[in-house]
Ligand binder design. Structure first.
Ligand SMILES: *Cc1c(COP(=O)(O)O)cnc(C)c1O
Length: 234
């Protein structure tokens, strides 16, 4: 029952990605679906995995480490997408392949220093406060080039691109504006760093806007796993 529910949701999300790509003349193979599984039990991640899903996004370190242990028989690619405290960087560097939420040099330095030598470089997206919300995490757009320069030079990280969580907006046109800004910021950085290939943007509520504006990785939680009914604080 639960497995069928997850399978149906994933197949609908994949269909939507496919349809929006066709609509905006994009190649659907350039859009990776990241299943955002925060607060959801390991059994639901396993159900998603069984449909072919490989990339999973998690926000809470301890919760994610518990699930990683339970799912250690699966070839999951783990993405950390939540706020990062500096005392958590070692466990993140040791247990994830991607981090989408880097917005400070100090955190990036620690991730690079603490990345185990026998693992490939950690893939990094810089989180940008694209809607310029005072309370939100993310680097200010004007500080982005400087931060990118310092982080691109760190040995055990691979800078892949940009991530944003824009302020909620009602209409497609309003949703597209900040996402277009993020795409512009990536294009500007690509002049100096042509290897940047990732725009991590688009959630359950703004999937179409994100694909219209060039997203290469959409982070979908609710549309796959259903509404979240609790929010652990760790
Ligand atoms: C929770 C979360 C998502 C998924 O949001 P949904 O609206 O449930 O699809 C995406 N990105 C980040 C950073 C999140 O924290």
């Amino acid at each position: 029952m639960t497995t069928a529910y997850i399978a149906k949701n994933i197949s609908e999300v994949r269909q939507q990605i496919h349809n929006h790509c066709a609509q905006y003349q994009r190649n659907a193979t350039n859009v990776t679906l990241l299943a955002v599984s925060k607060t959801k039990p390991a059994a639901l991640l396993r159900a998603a995995y069984d449909t072919g899903q490989r990339d999973f996004g998690e926000n809470y370190l301890q919760e994610s480490l518990d699930k990683q242990k339970e799912l250690s028989d699966l070839a999951i690619i783990w993405h950390f997408i939540g706020p990062i405290q500096s005392n958590k960087t070692r466990a993140i560097a040791e247990n994830f392949q991607w981090v989408h939420s880097v917005d400070r040099l100090k955190i990036a330095r620690r991730l690079s220093e603490q990345r185990p030598e026998d693992m490939p470089p950690l893939n990094i997206c810089l989180q940008v406060n694209i809607s310029r919300e005072e309370s939100k995490s993310g680097v200010a757009p004007e500080t982005l080039p400087e931060l990118a320069k310092e982080i691109a030079a760190l040995p055990n990280l691979t800078l892949r691109g940009l991530m944003a969580i824009p302020a909620p907006a009602e209409t497609l046109a309003e949703q597209r504006k900040p996402l277009a800004e993020l795409q512009k910021a990536l294009t500007a950085l690509q002049k100096d760093y042509p290897q940047l290939d990732t725009l991590s943007m688009g959630m359950s509520g703004d999937l179409e806007a994100a694909i219209a504006e060039g997203s290469t990785m959409v982070r979908i939680g609710t549309a796959i796993f259903g509404a979240r009914d609790y929010a652990p604080t760790i």
